[in-house]
Design a binder for this molecule. Structure first.
Ligand SMILES: [Ca+2]
Ligand SMILES: [Ca+2]
Ligand SMILES: [Ca+2]
Ligand SMILES: [Ca+2]
Length: 317
């Protein structure tokens, strides 16, 4: 049941011909139905209003779909005292391909994955149906932000500190990315092949290459690092990225050459594209215990000798 739409209801006007139309009397009944197609058939009439007219002309109202018509089902012209009706005038039928009454849409098909739901409501985040074509990563139909699928239909992503350390030579950023994928895979983390290292060189930076999620970034122990990309790159973290792919605590530094905003450092030091360990090449690190900007750029410490050993920060994308 799509929670964000759950309480919406609309009036459905039906014209019931009591003794055969158009000559016989006809009854207009206003029926309250829920937006859920599964419930609309069983909700039943609520008896909100019933009117009966005796005089009919047989002419059709001809304004199906208008708000006023959906409430009366017939039009009375006081100057002539005539009532115009039709067997289907004012009838709102979800699925007939025509937008009527309070229908937000009606595409006449039974495909819930397109822009118009089978309930004749526009598809969107919160309807409980995954619409990947419209950018939804998930849709759990609720507004709970902390259950893995937030109210923007964005899912959580994992961040971990590598359990391993290395000197500043590891086959460029691509080598670090591969190592992140490999560790994620071995640890059984979801989407292991999407992982990338939080690291920059002359051509790569997280800001350019990472998916900028509207969902949370979590450690492998479930602690929240940031509520979304914007939060991640605002200079401070909610929790330090000091938990490895297996949930174990780590310490020390991580190779980055990256500002807390995810940009290549303006005074770069990347061990010559992360290919050299020999003195005096240097690389920039972040401190894994920190939640301030030093997590990504240890300004009071950098640059580090490329012969030192440090971790990587690995992000699911
Ligand atoms: Ca319709
Ligand atoms: Ca549809
Ligand atoms: Ca949806
Ligand atoms: Ca949710």
């Amino acid at each position: 049941m799509p929670a964000l739409h759950a309480h919406r209801a609309f009036l459905l006007a039906t014209v019931v011909c009591v003794s055969g139309c158009p000559d016989g009397p006809q009854t207009t009944t206003l029926v309250t139905v829920t937006s859920d197609p599964d419930e609309s058939s069983s909700s039943g009439a609520t008896g909100t209003d019933t009117t009966t007219t005796d005089d009919t002309t047989g002419a059709t109202a001809g304004t199906a779909g208008s708000e006023s018509n959906s409430e009366s089902g017939a039009t009375t012209d006081s100057s002539t005292s005539s009532v115009t009706t039709g067997t289907t005038a004012g009838e709102v039928v979800c699925g007939d391909g025509e937008v009527q009454g309070d229908e937000e849409c009606d595409d006449g098909n039974d495909n819930n994955l397109d822009a118009c739901l089978n309930s004749c409501e526009l598809a969107g985040c919160g309807d409980g149906i995954l619409h990947e074509d419209f950018g939804e990563e998930c849709d759990d139909g609720n507004s709970d932000e902390d259950d893995g699928c937030n109210s923007q239909c964005a899912r959580d992503r994992i961040v971990f500190l590598t359990s391993t350390t290395t000197q500043g030579k590891f086959g460029a950023v691509s080598g670090a990315n591969s190592h992140c994928k490999s560790l994620a895979q071995d640890a059984g983390l979801p989407n292991p092949l999407t992982y990338r290292a939080w690291m920059s060189d002359d051509t790569f930076s997280p800001d350019e290459w990472f998916f900028k999620s509207k969902g949370r970034y979590l450690l492998t122990n479930g602690a929240v690092v940031a509520k979304d990309w914007e939060d991640l790159t605002d200079g401070t973290l909610e929790n330090a990225i000091n938990v490895d792919e297996n949930g174990e605590l780590g310490n020390g530094g991580a190779w980055t050459n990256t500002t807390p905003q995810g940009l290549k450092h303006p005074d770069p030091a990347d061990c010559d594209g992360w290919t050299v360990t020999a003195f005096p090449t240097e690389g920039r690190i972040g401190l894994v215990s920190r939640t301030d900007g030093e997590w990504s750029d240890a300004e009071n410490f950098n640059p580090e000798d490329c012969g030192a050993n440090a971790h990587f920060y690995c992000f699911e994308n």
